[in-house]
Design a protein around this ligand. Structure first.
Ligand code: 9ZP
Length: 259
C-alpha cells in the first residue's frame, strides 16, 4: 500500500460526525455498493441503526463517482414516501463520505431470490404493488430511476419494500432533450434506451417488468453471453414466453387478449 494510504479504505470502528458531534459505531458489513462498502451504523446516543454507504475519498477521483453520490444525496433529501428509502443524514471525515440511509433488515430482493431460486406469484404481486406505489411517486416528482433491479428493492423487518440507490436517477427531460446515455443493467435495458433515444418513464417500467420476470422464474427475460446478441433479442420485440409453471393471475381477464 502506498505511504499515507494505510487503512484509507476501511473506516474506523467509531465514526464521528464533526458537524453535529454525533458518534456512530460501525456494525456488520451489509455488502458492496457501487463505490464502497455498506455497513450497519449505530448512533450511540439514540441506539438508532442505519444502513450506511461508506465511500472512501480516494474513490471520488474516478469519473462520475462524486456526481452519483451527490445526485443520490440531493434527490433523496427531497423525497418522502414509504416505498422510497429515507436518507437520514450525511457527513464526511478525513477518509470517507457517509450516507446514512434507512436500514431494511431483510436485505434486497436480489438476496432473497439468491437464497430461494424463485419467488411465488402471490409474493411477487405483494412486492410489486408496493414498488409501483414508490415508482409512481418518483415519476410524479418528475424523476426517472434508470437502474431498477432486484438489488435496489430493499425489504424491511415489517415486509415493506423500499426503492433504493438513486445514484443514476435523473430529472425527466422532455423527449427532444434527452441524453442518449446507456446506463443500468444491460439485461434490463429498454429498446429506446439501446437506440439512444433517452430513458423515460416507459424505460423504468420495462426494467421493472424484467425484474419481476426474473423474480418469478429465476432468469432474466433476455439473456445472452454476447452483448450484441443480448441487444438483438431486446430489439427483436419478442417478449419471452411466460413459463407454463407460472399460474395465471386469478380473476385477471385481459380484454385485449382476444384481439
Ligand atoms: N447482506 C448479506 C451479504 C451479507 C445482508 O444480509 C444484508 C442485510 C441488510 O440489513 C440487515 C441489508 C442489506 C443486506 N440492509 C440494507 N441494505 C441496503 C439499504 C438498506 N438496508 N439501502 C438503503 N439505500 N440503499 C440501500 C443499500 C445501501 C446502504 N443497501 C445494500 C446494498 C448493498 C449492501 C447494502
Amino acid at each position: 500500500m502506498a505511504p499515507g494510504h494505510e487503512g484509507a479504505e476501511l473506516p474506523g470502528r467509531y465514526i464521528q460526525d464533526a458537524g453535529t458531534g454525533m458518534l456512530y459505531k460501525r456494525g456488520r458489513l451489509l455488502g458492496e455498493g457501487a463505490f464502497g462498502c455498506c455497513y450497519q451504523l449505530a448512533e450511540l446516543a439514540s441506539g438508532k441503526v442505519y444502513a450506511a454507504k461508506v465511500i472512501p475519498r480516494a474513490r471520488l477521483a474516478a469519473v462520475g463517482t462524486r456526481e452519483r453520490v451527490e445526485r443520490e444525496r440531493e434527490l433523496l433529501c427531497h423525497l418522502c414516501h414509504r416505498h422510497i428509502v429515507r436518507l437520514h443524514g450525511h457527513f464526511a471525515d478525513r477518509g470517507h463520505l457517509y450516507l446514512l440511509l434507512e436500514l431494511c433488515s431483510r436485505g434486497s430482493l436480489a438476496g432473497i431470490l439468491r437464497a430461494r431460486g424463485r419467488l411465488r406469484g402471490l409474493e411477487v404481486r405483494f412486492y410489486l404493488k408496493q414498488i409501483i406505489a414508490g415508482l409512481s411517486y418518483l415519476h410524479g416528482q418528475g424523476i426517472v430511476h434508470r437502474d431498477l433491479k432486484l438489488s435496489n428493492f430493499l425489504v424491511t423487518e415489517k415486509m415493506q419494500v423500499k426503492i433504493g440507490d438513486l445514484g443514476l436517477a435523473q430529472r425527466l427531460a422532455p423527449p427532444g432533450r434527452r441524453w442518449g446515455v446507456l446506463c443500468g443493467t444491460p439485461n434490463y435495458l429498454a429498446p429506446e434506451v439501446l437506440d439512444r433515444r433517452g430513458h423515460g418513464v416507459p424505460s423504468d417500467i420495462w426494467a421493472l417488468g424484467c425484474a419481476m420476470y426474473e423474480a418469478l422464474t429465476g432468469r432474466a427475460p433476455f439473456e445472452a453471453a454476447q452483448r450484441q446478441e443480448l441487444y438483438r433479442q431486446i430489439r427483436g420485440g419478442t417478449v419471452p414466453a411466460v413459463p407454463a409453471a407460472l399460474s395465471p393471475c386469478p380473476g385477471a381477464h385481459c380484454p385485449h387478449a382476444a384481439a
